[in-house]
Every structure is written in C-alpha cells, then in structure tokens.
Design a protein around this ligand. Sequence first.
Ligand SMILES: [Zn+2]
Length: 164
Amino acid sequence: MTLSDTDLAHLRRCVELAREGLADGDEPFGSVLVDAAGVVRFEDRNRVKDGDETRHPEFEIAKWSASHLSAEERAAATVYTSGEHCPMCSAAHGWMGLGRIVYAVSTAQLGEWLAEWGVPPGPVRPLSVREIAPGVPVDGPAPELAEEMRALHLELQRRRGRVA
Ligand SMILES: [Zn+2]
C-alpha cells in the first residue's frame, strides 16, 4: 500500500513529537496509534533521558493497547512512527497483535545516516519489522519527511559530541 494524504498527516504528527522529544533532551522519535475509524487514540515520544532505555513510543503504544483495545481493535489499528520500530518494539507490536505499521524513516535509512556520520552501532541489531514480526503489514518510508528527520538525528548526534 502506498502512503495516502491521511498517512502523511499522521506521520507529520510523529515528526512533531520527535522534534518535541529532541527539544526536551530525549531522542527524536514519535509515534501515534490510530484506530479503524481514523481516530488518534494514543501518542507518545521517546523518553529515555532519565535512564530507562526501553521508553520508546512504539513500546508504550503496545503496552497501552493491552488495557485499552480489544484484540479486534488492535488488529484494525495502525501505528504511525517517525522511525521504524526497533526489534524490541517490533516484538511488542507483534505479540500484541497490532495492525499496520507506517514509518517515515526506515531502520536501514537511519543506519546509513549513522554510518555516514561515523556513529558506532548500538547494542541491538538494526533488524527491520519484517524480520521480527513478519505478519505485520508495513509501509514506508516517506521521502517527503526524510530531510527533516535526518536533521533531527544529526542534531542528536551533535549533542552527543559524535558529529562536529
Ligand atoms: Zn523501540
């Protein structure tokens, strides 16, 4: 499935949340859960700055969905996210039986940027959603948002002193 205008609007909100996270000292990742009726039910952004490195928005969405949505509602929901789910979040999404994922930037894209900037790889292998949760429909990336997301990630690396 290609990205619709509605998809792009939700992804733009994810980018806003990512920007908000970065501005608050966290990492630039934001995500939104939209139900089958097109209603935004939950949104969050990265909150790792206080030391809990598992506080990814996609993980929070999976946990939120356990107590707020039925299995049918979860399967019919779409999770939009500024950056493709990491393996932890892909697994949580898959275990909860959530539906389609739409991302602005793929894990492969982010990996290319980090390699280009000379940033060392992180502690978790950068596997795609498809490798972790093969039954989940996945769409993305959104080239319209790549430049903006690249700038946010570059700013994060500058703040960490990894990029001049
Ligand atoms: Zn994650």
